[in-house]
Design a protein around this ligand. Structure first.
Ligand code: SF4
Length: 238
C-alpha cells in the first residue's frame, strides 16, 4: 500500500459523496463504466449481466485489476443508470468497483434495482460496512488476505451480516495467503454461513497449485477462475 494512501483515498471517496450531495435531488453517482457482459465469477457465473462499475476505492490491494476505476468516470443520475441497464435486457445486474459502497448513494441504486425485479449482486471489498445493503442483494464480499497488503482493513463485523445467499471471496497470492484463508474459514465457521470462493491471483499463483492445496486439505470452499479473464483477458468493458 502506498504511504498515506488511506487518508488520500478516503478523502477522495468523501469528496465524491460531497459533490453528489451538492446536486441536491439529482441522485447522481460517479460511474467508471456501465457494460453488458457475461458474469465472470461467483454464483451467477456465465449469465448475461449488466455491470455498473462505480468510481473510487479507499483500498489499494497490490494485485488490484481495476485501478482504472480509482479515479475519473462520469456522473450519472440513478434514472440514467437504470435506463442503460434496461437497454441490455438482462435479468442479472452486478454493482462493482472500485469499492461501490464508498459512494453512499450506491445503497439507493441497489434498492431501486431490486425494486425493478433484477437479480442484483454487489461486489465489495469487505472493508466497508454492509449492514445497510438491501436484503435482496447478493453480497459477494472479499476478505483480504495478507498478500493483498490490505488485510488490516477487513471489517470483521461484516460477517454477521452475511446470509446463505451471500458469498465470501478470498484471493490467494501464495501459500501464506492460502493458510490464512484456511484458518479464517475454520475459525469463523465461514462455510456454515455462506459459500466461500477461493481464487488465485492471476499471473502470480498457478491455478493448479491452489486446486491441489484445496483437495489435499479437503477445504470446504469453492475454487473459482474468473471467466472474463479467460475470455477477454480482463479488458475494460468485459
Ligand atoms: S478493494 Fe477491489 S478495487 Fe479496491 S484496491 Fe482492492 S481489488 Fe482494487
Amino acid at each position: 500500500m502506498e504511504p498515506g494512501s488511506d487518508a488520500v483515498n478516503m478523502k477522495e471517496s468523501s469528496s465524491v459523496d460531497a459533490v453528489a450531495e451538492g446536486h441536491a435531488g439529482s441522485r447522481r453517482l460517479r460511474v467508471a463504466e456501465i457494460f453488458h457482459s457475461l458474469q465472470g465469477e461467483a454464483d451467477a457465473v456465465g449469465w448475461r449481466t449488466a455491470f455498473i462499475r462505480l468510481t473510487g476505492c479507499p483500498l489499494r490491494c497490490v494485485w488490484c485489476d481495476t485501478e482504472y476505476a480509482f479515479h475519473g468516470g462520469q456522473w450519472h443520475s440513478i434514472d440514467d443508470i437504470l435506463a442503460q441497464v434496461a437497454s441490455f435486457e438482462v435479468r442479472h445486474v452486478c454493482v462493482t468497483g472500485g469499492e461501490p459502497l464508498a459512494q453512499k448513494r450506491c445503497l439507493i441504486l441497489l434498492r431501486e434495482l431490486c425494486d425493478q425485479g433484477y437479480e442484483v449482486s454487489l461486489e465489495t471489498s469487505g472493508a466497508l460496512d454492509v449492514s445497510a445493503v438491501d436484503a435482496r442483494v447478493r453480497k459477494v464480499m472479499d476478505l483480504k488476505a495478507p498478500g493483498s497488503g490490505e488485510c488490516a482493513r477487513n471489517l470483521w463485523s461484516n460477517l454477521g451480516h452475511l446470509t446463505a445467499r451471500d458469498q465470501v471471496k478470498i484471493v490467494v497470492a501464495d501459500r501464506v495467503d492460502y493458510e490464512w484463508a484456511g484458518k479464517v474459514v475454520a475459525e469463523q465457521r465461514l462455510a456454515e454461513r455462506c459459500a466461500v470462493l477461493l481464487s488465485p491471483v492471476a499471473g502470480v499463483l498457478q491455478p493448479l497449485t491452489l486446486a491441489e492445496w484445496i483437495l489435499a486439505d479437503k477445504l470446504p470452499v469453492r475454487f473459482q477462475l474468473q471467466l472474463h479473464k479467460l475470455l477477454w483477458n480482463d479488458a475494460p468493458g468485459h
